[in-house]
Design a protein. Structure first.
Length: 257
């Protein structure tokens, strides 16, 4: 996330279709979209009830994920004077769920807060606790909560550094890459620049020539998950395939190699 212009992410579920996302700070003119995106979750009791005016007043405290100009995910952040922040109103439009968008947004928020010298992000008790626990959040505990007037079940996590959102995601999420034919599974290491390097490091051979998304030689079928491309490939992968040389995982992956 770099300033008001936002940060671009290109992701794919395989094949030639590339979905371009922008992660940026929320803007006042998006207040209506924030409200409409959040409204079903308020009605179902997942989020507290807030009027539309709340989103107009708080839009600048949100980060949003946009696709084709529409807000598909958002997360509000309430900062304190004690070097901590609280995550509020995290929602992902239902048709975009299970693609890694929510985890990418949380990782980006953790990275941005690190740049603001905020050391800790907290989440209030709620039904998504297991999801946050998988991202490294832990319970505040009775001693700390008593001192700060918070629930012992409030979750917290230290903020993280990273070159970009995908780098931060690799630090935050326990992403697993399984090579189906070899039968091996490995935790993704964000120090690798692409899946091609990662596969080679673990002894999985993938044919390759250009290492730049140009020739298509390293195209591999993706059986499960989504990837992000560092650059848009110059050659279209076959249906259901991804180019290993310019991609990184956004979710757990199963690759047909």
């Amino acid at each position: 996330m770099t300033g008001q212009a936002g940060s671009e992410v290109i992701f794919s579920r395989g094949g030639a279709e590339l979905l371009e996302l922008t992660i940026r700070p929320g803007r006042v003119e998006q207040a209506g979209q924030l409200y409409e995106l959040s409204r079903p979750f308020m009605l179902s009791g997942v989020l507290p009830q807030h009027p539309a005016e709340f989103y107009a007043d708080a839009a600048g405290d949100f980060w949003v994920v946009e696709h084709a100009g529409e807000v598909i995910a958002c997360a509000g952040v309430s900062r304190s004077d004690a070097g901590a922040a609280t995550l509020v109103n995290l929602v992902v439009e239902p048709s975009w769920q299970r693609l890694g968008v929510g985890r990418l947004l949380v990782a980006g928020v953790l990275r941005l807060l690190k740049g603001e010298q905020i050391t800790e992000l907290r989440v209030e008790p709620g039904p998504a606790h297991p999801w946050f626990t998988a991202l490294g959040f832990t319970a505040l505990g009775s001693e700390a909560s008593a001192c700060e007037g918070l629930s012992p079940t409030t979750l917290r996590r230290t903020t993280v550094a990273g070159f970009d959102e995908l780098d931060a995601l690799g630090e935050v999420a326990d992403l697993q890459v399984r090579f189906a034919r070899s039968g091996s599974r490995h935790r993704w290491d964000p120090s690798f620049s692409a899946l091609l390097h990662f596969a080679g490091h673990h002894g999985v051979r993938v044919d390759s020539l250009c290492w730049g998304g140009v020739c298509g030689t390293c195209s591999v079928r993706i059986k499960h998950g989504t990837v992000s491309y560092d650059v848009a490939p110059e050659v279209d992968p076959q249906e259901g395939e991804v180019l290993m040389c310019v991609s990184r995982p956004m979710t757990d992956l199963v690759l047909d190699i």
